[in-house]
Design a protein around this ligand. Structure first.
Ligand SMILES: O=C(O)c1cc(=O)[nH]c(=O)n1[C@@H]1O[C@H](COP(=O)(O)O)[C@@H](O)[C@H]1O
Length: 228
C-alpha cells in the first residue's frame, strides 16, 4: 500500500524544494504544493514532480464564485495533480460546479474541501462570525461537501473519528496539524500525533515543518510511516 504521508513542500523556491525532494522516493510519501511554492515556482514545477513519479496534492484552496472555481479546477486537473482542494465555506453551488467541471476531464484529481483550518480554535472561529464549536462547524461543512459529491475533506485529526462514523469509510479525511511527539506546535491549534491520527481513522496526514525543518528529514519520514 502506498504511503499515507503527504509532505507539505512549503519552500520559497523551486531550487530549495527540489533539493529537499531529491532523496525522496514516491513510495515513501506524496507531496503537497501550496501557495508559497506555487506562486514562486509555477505549473512547471508541479509537472516536474509528477514527472518524477510523485502524487501531487495541489493545495490552492480555491474559494470564489462557482464559475471561477470550476475553471480553476479544470486548470489544476490539466497539470496532472492527484488531489486538489476548495474551501467548503464557498458553499454548495461552488462545490457542485467544481465537481461538475472535473467530470468533464479524463482521469480527474481527487477533489476535497477545506472545512475549518487547523490553525483555528473556538475563539478565532467566533471572530469570523461562526459561533459553533470547531468540531460542529467541521461536521456541518463536511456533510455539505459530501452532499455535493466531493471525495473528502481537509480537517484536523481531532474530528476524524466523528467524520468517519458520520460519512463512512470511502470519504477521504486529509489531516494537517500533525505533530510527532516533542515537535513544536507552531501556528497550528488542533493537533494530533501521527499514531493518534491513524487510530482516529484518517486517510492521509499532511506534515510540513516537522519534516522539512528536521535535521534528518528521512528519519522523521521513516518514523511517521511506521506510526501510520
Ligand atoms: O489545506 C491544507 O493543506 C491545510 C489545511 C488546514 O486546515 N491546515 C493546514 O495546515 N493546511 C496545510 O498543511 C500544511 C501544514 O504544515 P505544517 O504545520 O508545517 O505541518 C501547510 O502547508 C498548510 O498550508
Amino acid at each position: 500500500m502506498s504511503s499515507r504521508l503527504i509532505i507539505a513542500l512549503d519552500f520559497p523556491s523551486a531550487e530549495q524544494a527540489l533539493a529537499f525532494v531529491a532523496p525522496l522516493d514516491p513510495a515513501q510519501c506524496k507531496l503537497k504544493v501550496g501557495f508559497e511554492l506555487f506562486v514562486a515556482a509555477g505549473p512547471d514545477f508541479v509537472r516536474q514532480l509528477t514527472g518524477r513519479g510523485f502524487d501531487v496534492f495541489l493545495d490552492l484552496k480555491f474559494h470564489d464564485i462557482p464559475n471561477t472555481v470550476a475553471s480553476a479546477c479544470k486548470s489544476a486537473a490539466a497539470l496532472g495533480a492527484w488531489m486538489i482542494n476548495v474551501h467548503a465555506s464557498g458553499g454548495s453551488k461552488m462545490m457542485a460546479a467544481a465537481r461538475a467541471a472535473l467530470q468533464e476531464v479524463g482521469n480527474p484529481p481527487k477533489l476535497i474541501a477545506v472545512t475549518v483550518l487547523t490553525s483555528m480554535d473556538k475563539a478565532q472561529l467566533a471572530g469570523t462570525g461562526v459561533g459553533a464549536e470547531p468540531a460542529v462547524q467541521v461536521k456541518h461543512l463536511a456533510q455539505l461537501a459530501a452532499t455535493n459529491g466531493l471525495d473528502g475533506v481537509v480537517c484536523s485529526a481531532q474530528e476524524a473519528a466523528m467524520l468517519r462514523e458520520a460519512l463512512g469509510n470511502d470519504f477521504l479525511l486529509v489531516t494537517p496539524g500533525i505533530r510527532p511527539a516533542g515537535s513544536s506546535q507552531g501556528d497550528q491549534s488542533r493537533v494530533m500525533t501521527p499514531a493518534q491520527a491513524r487510530e482516529a481513522g484518517v486517510s492521509y496526514v499532511v506534515v510540513g515543518r516537522p519534516i522539512t525543518q528536521a535535521a534528518d528529514p528521512l528519519a522523521v519520514i521513516a518514523q511517521i510511516n511506521a506510526d501510520l
